[in-house]
Design a protein around this ligand. Structure first.
Ligand SMILES: [Zn+2]
Length: 496
């Protein structure tokens, strides 16, 4: 351009005249071309005012590309001033800006107003088009660093993402089984990351003009109430399975009534149960079983009902319709009912001693090594060999009660003499030490030093429902009790 000026100012004869004409026609052509380009670009400009935010910006990357393109035409470059190549920043440049950790100020200045409204303070998702996606199943031994390396992403990028917010920090805490989704643009710039903890919960990280945004997302789960009933033929487990209860629900049921009913020894054929429980659905498909809301168990003609109540603090527990706790100070059975292989008669001919003697406890036949649980909170007052009992543990519970566990194959490390144990804590393992023909647990229950039948002894109950919740409890359980009764009546009617 400098040369052009000097030529026009410099008046030279004939040859100069020719050059002048030539130049004039070139200028004319240039003006024509410029006018034409201006016409193309201008209509778009008017339909999309420079500083009006585009609400569809996020969802329509196609449209954005069309809007951005005219800005690079020569007619516009004049307006951009110090910003000679705006298109580059828009298509992908600002992304690499974000990743390259350049100052936010710079990034902002270079973004065309059509794309990110200047007034918006909240970070906007990137406008770059997604061209490639990867899905990665996290396995044990994986780290975010190794996954980044595999995808040719720099450690400094990971460092930057992780340090962008407290939420983003969770990205380093990956567990086997989780799924990682990554999206890249056509230049392999990372656009987004989604770490799916489960079908419901995920962590989403987006690259934006301002850096990274991290959001914890939880999909809406649809909860439905449902119920199942069954009649026991032989074992609770088999019958409950047959009626459609999942393992998880069977365990919940056994836990709820485990203080009242010994599922190993007291179950009779003809016993019945009904369970009202929640089911969680995601997109119309069943995701999992929720908690049992109400349950009924009829054991040897005796009806037990349990109702779930969640208090103000979110603590859930089960109560009888009268508001008494289902929990007791003692578990009925110190061995998981599913692991019991057979039951012994209570008074029997002692196979080892060869004479009949009163049996002062309950025997649970189970495989050697089956865990034995403390039936209540207490203190280990004896641990060692005790004649015919073999390896034995005795627990003192308060002033009144003691429990004894005999014939163990070995003790649990944490059940040394003098230590406190919690209800359900494993104290040892089934064996056949002492006078025993096969592996079993011999369990005794003493009240003030007197042997009692562990199956029938009246056990002290935990605290009833708190006074301040009592009215609310009574109101809330009514529909559940009505439903339990209705299901129960229908069952009986069907059976007859
Ligand atoms: Zn015994």
């Amino acid at each position: 351009m400098q040369d052009f000026k000097s030529y026009t100012l410099d008046r030279r004869p004939a040859r100069g005249q020719l050059i002048k004409r030539l130049l004039l026609s070139v200028i004319f052509l240039l003006i024509l071309a410029a006018g034409f380009l201006f016409l193309i670009s201008n209509p778009t400009e008017e339909s999309q005012p420079a500083n009006s935010p585009d609400p569809d910006a996020e969802s329509q990357p196609e449209q954005q590309r069309k809007l951005i393109l005219p800005l690079s035409l020569p007619g516009q470059s004049q307006q951009s001033g110090e910003n000679p190549t705006p298109i580059k920043q828009n298509s992908k440049g600002f992304l690499s800006q974000a990743f390259a950790a350049e100052s936010v100020e710079t990034a902002k200045a270079e973004i065309a107003p059509e794309v990110i409204p200047a007034t918006t303070s909240a970070p906007q998702p990137t406008v770059a088009e997604e061209s490639r996606k990867t899905v990665y199943k996290i396995r044990s031994g994986d780290s975010m660093a190794s996954i980044f390396k595999k995808n040719k992403l720099s450690p400094s990028l990971l460092h930057q993402i992780v340090n962008s917010s407290k939420t983003a920090k969770q990205l380093t805490d990956i567990r086997p089984g989780e799924t990682l989704h990554m999206a890249f643009d056509s230049d392999d710039n990372l656009l987004s990351l989604r770490l799916e903890h489960s079908k419901v919960d995920s962590l989403e990280i987006l690259a934006t003009a301002e850096g990274f945004t991290a959001t914890e997302k939880s999909r809406a789960v649809d909860t439905r109430n449902t119920h199942l009933s069954g009649v026991i033929e032989n074992s609770l487990y088999v019958s409950a399975k047959k009626s459609g209860l999942s393992d998880q629900l069977i365990m919940q049921l056994a836990d709820i009534f485990g203080w009242d009913i010994d599922f190993a020894l007291e179950i009779r054929s003809g016993d019945r149960f009904t369970v009202i429980f929640e089911e969680d659905y995601l997109d119309g498909e069943k995701l999992r079983d929720g908690p049992i809301l109400a349950a009924e168990f009829i054991n040897q003609g005796k009806t037990y009902q349990a109702l779930r109540y969640v208090d103000d603090t979110g603590r859930a527990d089960y109560y009888t319709p009268e508001g008494r706790s289902m929990r007791k100070a003692f578990l009925r059975a110190p061995v998981d009912f599913r692991r019991i292989s057979s039951r012994f008669t209570r008074e029997r001919y002692h196979p080892v001693l060869g004479k009949k003697r009163p049996h002062r406890g309950v025997d649970y036949a189970a495989k050697t090594g089956t865990p034995i649980r403390a039936s209540g909170d207490g203190k280990v007052i004896f641990r060692g060999k005790k004649g015919g009992y073999g390896k034995t543990v005795i627990i003192q519970h308060g002033q009144t009660y003691t429990t004894l566990y005999a014939h163990l194959s070995r003790y649990n490390k944490k059940s040394r003499k003098g230590t406190r144990v919690k209800q359900g804590q494993v104290i040892g393992y089934v064996g056949k030490t002492g006078l025993a023909t096969g592996p079993h647990l011999h369990y005794e229950f003493r009240v003030n030093g007197v042997h009692r039948n562990p199956l029938t002894v009246k056990l002290p109950a935990a605290k009833p429902i708190a006074k301040k919740y009592r009215d609310d409890f009574m109101i809330k359980i009514q529909p559940l009790i009505s439903k339990l009764d209705l299901i129960s009546r229908t069952l009986v009617a069907d059976a007859q």
